[in-house]
Each structure stands twice: as C-alpha cells, then as structure tokens.
Ligand binder design. Structure first.
Ligand SMILES: C[S@@+](CC[C@H](N)C(=O)[O-])C[C@H]1O[C@@H](n2cnc3c(N)ncnc32)[C@H](O)[C@@H]1O
Length: 251
C-alpha cells in the first residue's frame, strides 16, 4: 500500500469492484427487505463508482441518486452510468453524508454500504440524523457495516485501523441496533455473518473466478504484498472477531 493510501483505494487498485464486507449475500438481503419497486426514489450514500446504484436502477427501475465525497470515484461512476445507458434513472453528485443537500422527506429508501464504520461516533450519529431527515415517513434505511464479535474490541479495532489506515469504529450487534434506534429509527432488523470481502469464496462469488485470480495476483505483487497480507489476515481471522452486519430499519 502506498504511504497515505487508505484501505478502500488499495482494495480498488487490487481489482475489487465493490467493497462490501458481507458481499452479495448481504446486499441481496438488503434488497429483499427494502421494498424496492418501480418509481421509488432511492439515495445511495457512498456510491463510489456507482455499481450498486446502477444495479438497483436496472433491477427495479427505481430513480437513484448516488452521493460520495470522492470526486475521482464519482468520475468513474459517471462513466459507468453512461456505459450502462442508464442516465435516465441514475445520477451522482459530490456530497458529504453528514450534510445531505436534499429536502426533508424526499426519498423512499436510503442505502449506505461500507461507510458508517469509517465515521467517528459523533459523525455516525449526524449521518443517521440526516438519513432520517431525508427519508419519507415509513421509508427504509439499509446499511451494511463491520460487525465486532469480540470482547476484546479495542485490540481488534486497533488492528483493523492499522490494516486499512482509517480510524474506523466498528460496533457490536447491540451497538449497531442501539445506534439506529437512538437515531429515531424503528423496526430495526439485522442480518449478520462472516466477513467475505477477502475470503476466496466471497471473492469468487462477487468478482468471478477470473476476477478473484486477478485480485490475488495483484495482492502478491511486491509493492502490495505487505499491506495485502495485513488486510487478508484481519478480514479472514479464523476466530471471526470481525463479521458483517446488514441492517434494515424504518422511519
Ligand atoms: C469502503 S467504500 C464503500 C463503497 C461502496 N458503498 C461499496 O460498498 O462498494 C467507502 C466509500 O465511502 C465514501 N465516504 C467516506 N466518508 C464519506 C462521507 N462522510 N460522506 C460520503 N461518502 C463518504 C468513500 O469515498 C468511499 O467511496
């Protein structure tokens, strides 16, 4: 990993297209619970290169707006949207999750994968307040994050921070539930499981055999090997101290 390069940029450089902790299995659970239907207005926070936003629009004919702070990722998203000929349904713009540039009650669904863990507790609360504000009454919030399964949380969190170069704050299942409940959401349902982002099975399932081979090949290159080893070790910990949690809650 180049000095100062943060984890998701490094993983994208290895060839990982989506940085979801629980992979497609977790996203599919969110899709099944979010009441996606034709004509619904969806906000994807942290859309990165737009792959999920495009999928949602294609699958359900929803109107999707994606936001992210990373202008470079958004440029790729715009290209992906054009390549998919889906400009009539998907658009992206630069914005900060804690200060959304949208009116109150404007979306049916807010989806936010692999981002809240990256925020401090205060910023998490502020982002969740924003999601509540922009959702219509009864609207769904769908999130997907790192689950902390350990009593030794501080040590594991420190290892994760060191591996990905971001001051992340993963939470336990109860911690995540309380965060959404205290943020004003109801019907908070969770789905948890093993982290699959860098597991052989997860990579093959999400990126196909060729994609997985390419990722491993890139990880083995001399300039990537050390950083990749740290990440593979923490994400594939045999004791499963870290997992994924998908959460569906309602305004
Ligand atoms: C780990 S990536 C996940 C991307 C995508 N959701 C996925 O699952 O593949 C985290 C993304 O969150 C974005 N991000 C981080 N903090 C943000 C914030 N405060 N507001 C909006 N986007 C943010 C980053 O730019 C990056 O694209």
């Amino acid at each position: 990993m180049k000095k100062e390069e943060i984890g998701h940029h490094f993983l994208a450089r290895l060839g990982i297209t989506r940085l979801r902790l629980g992979g497609k299995v977790a996203t599919d659970w969110l899709m099944a619970n979010g009441d996606f239907r034709r004509g619904k207005k969806v906000l994807e926070v942290a859309c990165n290169t737009g792959i999920t936003a495009i999928d949602i629009a294609k699958q359900f004919e929803c109107q999707v707006i994606g936001i992210d702070i990373d202008e470079e990722a958004l440029e790729k998203a715009r290209q992906n949207i054009r390549d998919s000929e889906i400009e009539h349904l998907v658009s992206v713009q630069q914005a900060e999750a804690t200060r959304l540039p949208f009116e109150d009650n404007s979306f049916d669904i807010v989806i936010n994968e692999a981002m809240l863990t990256m925020l401090s507790p205060e910023a998490k609360e502020q982002a969740i307040r924003e999601y509540l504000r922009v959702l219509k009454p009864n609207g769904f919030l769908l999130t997907h994050d790192v689950l902390l399964n350990s009593d030794n949380g501080d040590e594991i969190t420190e290892k994760l921070r060191d591996a990905i170069g971001v001051s992340v704050t993963p939470l336990s299942k109860e911690g995540w539930k309380e965060t959404f409940q205290q943020g004003g959401f109801r019907n908070v349902e969770t789905f948890t499981g093993e982290m699959s982002l860098l597991s052989p099975k997860g990579m093959i399932f999400d990126d196909g055999v060729l994609g997985a081979v390419k990722i491993v090949g890139n990880a083995l290159k001399a300039e990537n090997r050390e950083a990749a080893k740290k990440m593979f070790n923490i994400f594939n910990d045999p004791q499963n101290h870290l997992g994924f949690i998908a959460v569906c809650s309602q305004k």
